[in-house]
Design a protein around this ligand. Structure first.
Ligand SMILES: [Zn+2]
Length: 130
């Protein structure tokens, strides 16, 4: 068990169980342009702290359990929503909610199996049109 702060959420995470879950976990990621674009944006366009926390937790950011492109925010920006499962408990939820247009998260589920619901706005990086 490891204590992790994820955007103000204090979590107790079973990092080994989470990492082994991701070795075989099902994912929504497929070969379509929306999914390929999502994967391409992760390294540069996800908040760095969020990626670092996912890595610490044992989560593979390339394997969201669910992912969907919800709308085209601007000509080259797309909003995706998705979730990542993990094993752990919530110690404390954030005191204040800081709205951010480009990124938001919530934690749902029932311990020990929780999931991070996230929403992110990222650019379209592929040469092909969506
Ligand atoms: Zn797809």
């Amino acid at each position: 068990m490891k204590q992790i702060n994820l955007s103000g959420w204090e979590l107790q995470v079973d990092t080994e169980a989470t990492a082994s879950y991701y070795e075989t976990s099902p994912t929504d990621i497929c070969d379509c342009a929306y999914c390929r674009n999502f994967l391409a944006t992760i390294p540069e366009h996800f908040p760095k702290k969020f990626l670092e926390a996912l890595e610490e937790m044992g989560i593979d950011p390339c394997k969201p359990f669910h992912i969907s492109e919800v709308y085209r925010a601007k000509e080259h920006d797309h909003q995706y929503v998705g979730n990542y499962d993990f094993v752990g408990t919530v110690i404390r939820s954030p005191r204040e909610y800081e709205p951010n247009r480009n990124f938001g998260l919530d934690i749902l589920g029932k311990s020990p199996k929780l999931n991070i619901q996230f929403s992110v706005i990222v650019p379209w990086l592929l040469d092909e049109e969506p």
